[in-house]
Design a protein around this ligand. Structure first.
Ligand SMILES: Nc1ncnc2c1ncn2[C@@H]1O[C@H](COP(=O)(O)OP(=O)(O)OP(=O)(O)O)[C@@H](O)[C@H]1O
Length: 232
């Protein structure tokens, strides 16, 4: 199977602190993959490296065969941990902004998700609740026709009742055949939608595999396995 992400012997330190340690990882095309790990395990650092926002000290990252660059930004739709959007913008301005900025942005798809989640297009990001802001940003990112979607903690602020509805809305709209990498702590919520999971601990991969196979082999849910593996 072809891989959308290939990582070889990757190392990254901040000052003297090693955060990614000789990591090797392949992510196959067409899968929904959960990137799971405790606080400080290196998830956001890895994602920033994949998006070219940080540069590794050594090793290689290939996205569809090329190093992170302007070329890979065209095929990667990224939801960062913290927003980069101007909060004085209204939802309808953001939709236009994305339409102008990304050739692959499908404004009709975005509008239909905005409608189904009952979001007011005239509201400014600034006055929105944290959860609604997250919904808007997720809709923008998922309305691109990308080959790889990378979501860093996408729905942490969304109330539990709305989470599964949002995940379903997103999944029924995202570009089939693409890969979705979701870094999250909300394991029980995403467990049912993921094909594969990756456990990261102290900057290295400690487990990677198919969700059903892992559940069968270990005789427990991914959520229980995570709690056991990373018990404080
Ligand atoms: N800019 C930075 N300068 C120095 N250290 C940093 C910087 N960014 C992150 N770190 C450190 O690198 C380690 C990994 O951080 P990272 O944000 O990648 O973890 P994470 O798995 O995403 O954590 P969380 O689940 O809490 O978001 C942490 O120990 C963090 O303190």
């Amino acid at each position: 199977m072809e891989n959308i992400v290939e990582i070889k012997d990757l190392n990254k330190s901040y000052a003297k602190k090693e955060v990614i340690k000789n990591m090797n990882l392949n992510i196959p095309k067409g899968k929904i993959v959960g990137l799971l790990g405790p606080n400080g395990s290196g998830k956001s650092t890895l994602i920033k490296l994949m998006n070219g926002l940080l540069h590794q000290d050594s090793g290689e990252i290939l996205i569809n065969g090329i190093s992170p660059s302007i070329e890979t930004k065209k095929i990667v739709s990224y939801l960062p941990e913290r927003t980069y959007l101007n909060d004085w913008m209204k939802v309808k301005d953001l939709l236009e902004f994305f339409k102008d900025f990304y050739e692959d942005f499908d404004i009709n798809k975005a509008n239909s998700m905005i409608d189904s989640l009952k979001i007011d297009v005239n509201e400014k990001l600034k006055t929105m609740s944290k959860g609604t802001k997250e919904k808007v940003q997720l809709i923008l990112v998922m309305s691109r026709k990308a080959s790889l979607y990378i979501l860093d903690e996408p729905i942490g602020g969304v109330d539990p009742a709305a989470r599964s509805y949002i995940l379903k809305t997103i999944l029924s709209n995202y570009c089939q055949g693409s890969t979705l990498l979701i870094a999250t702590h909300l394991i029980s919520e995403i467990e049912s939608i993921c094909d594969d999971v990756i456990f990261i601990s102290k900057g290295d991969i400690v487990l990677q595999g198919n969700v059903d196979e892992i559940r069968e082999e270990k005789g427990k849910s991914i959520d229980s396995l995570f709690r056991e593996e990373f018990r404080c």
